[in-house]
Design a protein around this ligand. Structure first.
Ligand code: MF3
Ligand code: CO
Length: 236
């Protein structure tokens, strides 16, 4: 599983270098798919419930599951990139949001707060805690920054399947849900909106956008819970 996650981290690192005004999300998807296949792995999202690409590319007010297209990224956009890899029987899953060129302060703050929210959740992912300790930490931090957490998509267990039990909401009261134990592998993924938390799905059946049109960011890591702490598997 660590190997699948390492490939995810490598793709994201490579893609980071390519994101710039003028590039299309289809270009990014092609890069990711070739890289994954060159490692002898398989893009986990492609054909998953009919999803048509290897990467989810969600731009500006798009929250998650944006479909790569031939539209060029423009200076000032933000772009969320979500990647899953299947390798030797196991899955890895991670996401980042990147600025395209120079972005405004609202976008910068949203990106850094969402990354920090993920970090805050990961810190609570230790044996003995409960699932909602992660959820609550994420929600508390995000709302302290004047931002909102998306309710209709959640993090998840991951391993031999892309989506396993338990679900990991990004909101809730602490002390609830399954207890965390050594050896569990989880994908924690806060989606954070600059305005309201509500989202709607576009007619393509996939793309989730903010209902009020505000910006949205998404960070995700696959982690493994160890005896005293955890390891982030989708980090180089
Ligand atoms: N990271 C997302 C998730 O864990 C991506 C799924 S996209 C899909 O649910 F295309 F595979 F559905
Ligand atoms: Co995920």
């Amino acid at each position: 599983m660590a190997e699948a996650c390492r490939i995810v981290a490598e793709v994201l690192e490579g893609i980071k270098q390519s994101v710039a005004p003028g590039i299309t999300t289809k270009d990014l998807d092609n890069f990711a798919e070739s890289f994954i296949v060159s490692k002898g792995a398989r893009p986990a999202f492609k054909n998953y419930r009919g999803y048509p690409a290897s990467v989810c590319t969600s731009r500006n007010e798009q929250v998650v599951h944006g479909i790569p297209s031939s539209t060029k990224l423009a200076e000032g956009d933000i772009i969320s990139l979500d990647i899953g890899v299947y390798f030797k029987g196991f899955y890895g899953d991670a996401a980042i949001t990147l600025p395209v060129g120079e972005v405004n302060n609202q976008a910068k703050n949203l990106i850094s707060a969402t990354e920090k929210a993920l970090q805050t959740g990961i810190e609570k992912a230790v044996a003995g805690n409960r699932i909602s300790d992660i959820s609550s930490a994420i929600q508390t931090y995000v709302e302290s920054q004047g931002l909102s957490v998306v309710r209709s998509f959640v993090g998840h267990g991951i391993g031999r399947e892309l989506h396993e039990e338990p679900q990991i909401p990004n909101f809730g009261r602490p002390g609830e849900g399954p207890r965390l134990a050594e050896g569990m592998t989880l994908a924690i993924e806060p989606m954070v909106n600059a305005g309201g938390w509500e989202v709607v799905i576009l007619d393509d059946g996939w793309t989730a956008v903010t209902k009020d049109g505000c910006l949205s960011a998404h960070f995700e890591h696959t982690i493994a819970i160890t005896k005293d702490s955890n390891v982030v598997l989708t980090k180089l």
